[in-house]
Design a protein around this ligand. Sequence first.
Ligand SMILES: CC(C)(COP(=O)(O)OP(=O)(O)OC[C@H]1O[C@@H](n2cnc3c(N)ncnc32)[C@H](O)[C@@H]1OP(=O)(O)O)[C@@H](O)C(=O)NCCC(=O)NCCS
Length: 178
Amino acid sequence: MNYSVFQLPDSQNVIDLFASVFTHSEGKEEGQLISELVSNLISTTAPDDLVGFVAKNHDAFVGCIFFSRFVVPNDQLAFILSPVAVATDVQNQGVGLGLINFGLQYLKQKQVELVFTYGDPAYYSKLGFQQIDEHTVKAPFKLSQPIGWLGQSLNGETLQPMQGVTGCVEALSDAKYW
Ligand SMILES: CC(C)(COP(=O)(O)OP(=O)(O)OC[C@H]1O[C@@H](n2cnc3c(N)ncnc32)[C@H](O)[C@@H]1OP(=O)(O)O)[C@@H](O)C(=O)NCCC(=O)NCCS
């Protein structure tokens, strides 16, 4: 398995990957919703505010993740991980964990201090994420599943509670994703 930074020419391959993975796991509508989200992230996010990573098996794209800029009240450098997809036929073989760890190492080297995500705590706790609540760091929208609000510090310090609003990039700024 080869992990690398997402490049713009990868766009159609990763949009197709998200469509296929989410159609398979959650149905056609979700496949369309998430592939549109990925397309919007790529086309509307400033280059400094978006970084993606791909997993390739020979020439096939089998995994993709995106981190986008997340503005927090204490001005620490933060990103949010969303979305994540691993090709249906290679799931549960360690690709997701390997790819996300690869991305976290990259962000750490770029001095990113905090990373958030919104997903299954059972899975993301394997990657250093911990459940947080709205008193620690507010989510930018009302969460339909508050149990899935997760964060971690990458600089070795404890994630400190902070007051005030947070902000995500335009592509994620839609209540339907939260
Ligand atoms: C969820 C997903 C990203 C995980 O990637 P993966 O490559 O299949 O998972 P890995 O092989 O890296 O991880 C394996 C471990 O995570 C666990 N795991 C995998 N998917 C899980 C899930 N949805 N919830 C909880 N645990 C999960 C496995 O049981 C395994 O645990 P173990 O090592 O203790 O046995 C992938 O299955 C996927 O793309 N699913 C469909 C789309 C999706 O749900 N995306 C995430 C939301 S944005």
